[in-house]
Design a protein around this ligand. Structure first.
Ligand code: HEM
Ligand code: HEM
Length: 156
């Protein structure tokens, strides 16, 4: 594999590990406390945006791919990634709308509505199995990369 492709895979791998750790922290407000949860969720936007940027080519082509003749697995993956994106957006936006620490610290007062609490709870709960399937769809890549990253000096 050419050098730039090899380092792109390594970069994606390291960033995916950070993203997963970040996601696990963000998904456990009981462990981090609500203020910790809110600040970590804001920080989490960074590895999430990097993840999307590292797949920018895929994103740019995704709408066109949808109309092309592709395998059922690829089509499923397309729809799934869009679903994942919508859920992340819902969880993040609703998170801000139920903020009890971050926005008040910034002197922004909000009247918290039950509707947004429910959306936040439901979207955050749904994201977990959706990410589980997202990872399962890339399982072979994850196993291969993990093996190769552990072999010192090996080509990825
Ligand atoms: C905990 C969160 C996530 C983890 C651990 C994760 C992990 C992965 C892995 C392992 C891959 C394949 C390897 C690679 O090329 O990097 C991948 C691909 C991809 N992910 Fe994620 N991902 C996460 C969240 C998301 C979210 C929220 C989106 C939003 C749309 C997303 C969109 C994509 C896209 C577009 C690709 C490339 C296309 C594909 O092959 O499906 N990921 N992700
Ligand atoms: C990807 C982003 C996020 C995920 C996955 C996430 C996940 C969660 C989870 C799992 C809960 C517990 C829900 C429950 O048991 O009812 C929760 C609660 C909470 N989250 Fe988030 N969250 C995210 C973003 C945010 C953001 C950006 C904020 C605010 C800046 C925030 C503020 C809160 C608050 C105030 C609660 C407790 C109140 C409530 O559930 O209505 N979250 N979040």
């Amino acid at each position: 594999m050419s050098d730039w492709k090899q380092s792109l895979h390594k970069t994606r791998y390291v960033m995916d590990v950070l993203l997963l750790i970040g996601f696990m922290l963000v998904s456990a407000p009981q462990a981090t406390g609500l203020p910790g949860h809110e600040w970590l969720s804001v920080l989490f936007i960074v590895p999430f945006a990097v993840h999307l940027l590292l797949h920018w080519d895929w994103i740019k082509q995704s709408a066109k791919r949808f109309t092309q003749h592709i395998s059922a697995k690829e089509r499923f993956s397309l729809v799934w990634n869009y679903l994942l994106y919508v859920m992340m957006l819902l969880a993040t936006v609703s998170g801000f709308l139920v903020s009890v620490a971050l926005l008040p610290t910034l002197n922004i007062e909000l009247h918290i509505q039950d509707f947004w609490s429910k959306i936040h709870h439901d979207s955050a709960t749904l994201i977990m199995p959706i990410i589980g399937v997202h990872l399962a769809l890339h399982w072979r890549w994850i196993v291969n990369l993990t093996k190769r990253m552990r072999m010192k000096g090996a080509k990825v």
